[in-house]
Write a protein that binds this ligand. Structure first.
Ligand code: GLN
Length: 476
């Protein structure tokens, strides 16, 4: 069984045909993890016994119930879960030492839905503590490495989930995207990663970073796989009042439909100095594929882009300082000294911007800028159907390269954070390789346009097949 080359779609077919059993599949995942994870460090906790037990249970169901694959659309699919998601009975640390022994008594809504659909959790994955970061290096544990080059970062903050899917440890990895954290690791690990519309997927049971930004998404090798998982996770949840009661589309149904006449906008503010030329070239090559598929391309403007990072780094720390205040060392969590440098920085910044006398000057002003950025996108979508941009201005960078320069680290997300300010969806798809490293491309749409994003990305993926190039463990 070549898990590195297999997708959810392939594995479902093979389980149905009896080519292998759930037990064989899960054993294979666990053995891949045991061999490789010492090098990669994608997992914080393994769910070995739980996963094997589930696999036995499902093998019995497959024998006795012909309809089981209809009832459980993700039956037997191995999943890595970012450690920000509460998982009943499986230690959940948020990548932080503050809650290193937390054993949750309940599952996040998304986890409950995925388990009901048949996924098997193989383990909890490493991340920047509390989701603060772009490289995985802000974890309170050992950082995760990029499977394409072990001296480089896999992208953060959902670093472990990205690396795990990429090196064949599982077939889907959950992430959270507050400013970048699904799309950036997807871009750096040659995966498909979705940041859905804010309110499309329930946040209940996902440890809060910045509540008005947090978007619950996931990474897979292919567009089909990604769409299949969103069909399960999306939809209104009584436990999260910000979820929206809009119908969940059957996203996989539209894959393969043509995109003739699609209007693509290129935001001119995203193709500027600071963008690595190799990435620029890769995206331009990819645009030719879209033209071949019948799309037209025009330049558009998002005039307030320059203010996006500043607004993000006022609003997000404000919400972070409020959300982290519950870990007071008395009711919840260990002593507050255990907070890492980045969490402390955000708590201080956020407490400052929310304090009386400064609130109007910083928080309120940034909130107004947020509205302007949202309007930029709304205006753009009056002219075009989707936007295309690079996911990151640089290729996956070296471990250690940006750790002492938080500002440089923040800038990794410059093309990603604006969509979180606006609450709209963005999908990373592999655009190819430069210097042997993955290049990510982002397709951005208006609110609740996930179906369109998948449709557009699918045809591109069929033409290019970049996802088939899996890591060879260079430098390993
Ligand atoms: N890198 C961004 C930050 O540190 C985004 C992180 C995220 O999406 N969780 O705020």
């Amino acid at each position: 069984m070549d898990l590195l080359g297999l997708t959810i779609k392939n594995v479902s077919e093979k389980l149905k045909d009896g080519a292998f059993s759930c037990k064989e599949l899960i054993k294979e995942c666990l053995s891949i993890i045991k061999i490789n994870d010492k090098k990669i460090n994608a997992f914080l906790t393994l769910n070995e016994d739980g996963a094997l037990k589930k696999a036995d249970e499902f093998d019995n169901l497959i024998k006795n119930d012909k309809e089981i694959f209809k009832k459980k659309p993700l039956l037997g699919i191995p999943m890595g879960v970012k450690d920000l998601y509460t998982t009943r009975g499986i230690i959940t640390t948020a990548g932080s030492k503050i809650i290193k022994d937390y054993n949750p008594p309940f599952n996040a809504t998304v986890i409950r839905r995925l388990i009901d659909a048949g996924v098997i959790i193989v383990g909890k994955t490493n991340e920047d503590a509390w989701g603060h970061g772009s490289s995985g290096e802000n974890t309170d544990y050992e950082p995760t490495k990029n499977p394409y080059d072990l001296s480089r970062v896999p992208g953060g903050s959902s670093s472990g989930s990205g690396a795990a899917v990429s090196y064949g440890a599982c077939l889907v990895g959950t992430g959270t995207d507050t400013g970048s954290s699904v799309r950036l690791p997807a871009g750096y690990c040659n995966l498909v990663g979705l940041k859905p519309t804010y309110g499309r997927v329930s946040r209940y049971g996902v440890i809060a970073m910045a509540s008005s930004f947090d978007s619950i998404g996931h990474m897979t090798k292919t567009v089909y796989d990604n769409a299949k998982v969103l069909e399960v996770t999306a939809g209104v949840d009584p436990y999260d009042g910000t979820t929206v009661p809009i119908r969940v589309d059957k996203y996989t149904k539209v894959l393969g439909q043509n995109i003739k006449g699609l209007k693509i906008g290129l935001p001119k503010e995203y193709f500027v100095e600071g963008l690595d030329n190799k990435i620029n070239i890769s995206i331009r090559e990819s645009l030719k594929v879209f033209e071949k598929l019948g799309a037209t391309i025009e330049e558009i403007t998002l005039p307030h882009t320059d203010f996006a990072m500043a607004a993000y780094y006022i609003l997000v720390p404000s919400e972070v300082s409020s959300n982290l205040s519950r870990y007071d060392g008395v009711r919840y969590g260990g002593p507050r000294e255990l907070f890492g440098a980045e969490a402390k920085r955000r708590i201080m910044l956020g407490s400052y911007t929310l304090s009386s006398g400064y609130y109007d000057a910083y928080y309120l002003k940034a909130a107004k800028v947020r509205t302007l950025i949202k309007q930029d996108f709304e205006n753009a979508f009056k002219k075009v159907d989707v936007l295309i941009a690079p996911t990151s201005p640089t290729l996956p960078f070296k471990i250690g390269e940006k750790v002492n320069n938080p500002l440089q680290m923040y800038l990794s997300d410059i093309f990603l954070c604006p969509t979180n300010l606006a609450g709209i969806p963005g999908l990373n798809v592999p655009s190819g390789f430069a210097d042997g490293l993955p290049v990510g491309m982002q397709i951005i749409g208006s609110q609740f346009s996930e179906e369109l994003l998948y449709k557009v990305a699918y045809l591109f993926e069929q033409e290019t097949q970049h996802y088939k190039i899996r890591p060879q463990f260079k430098n390993g």
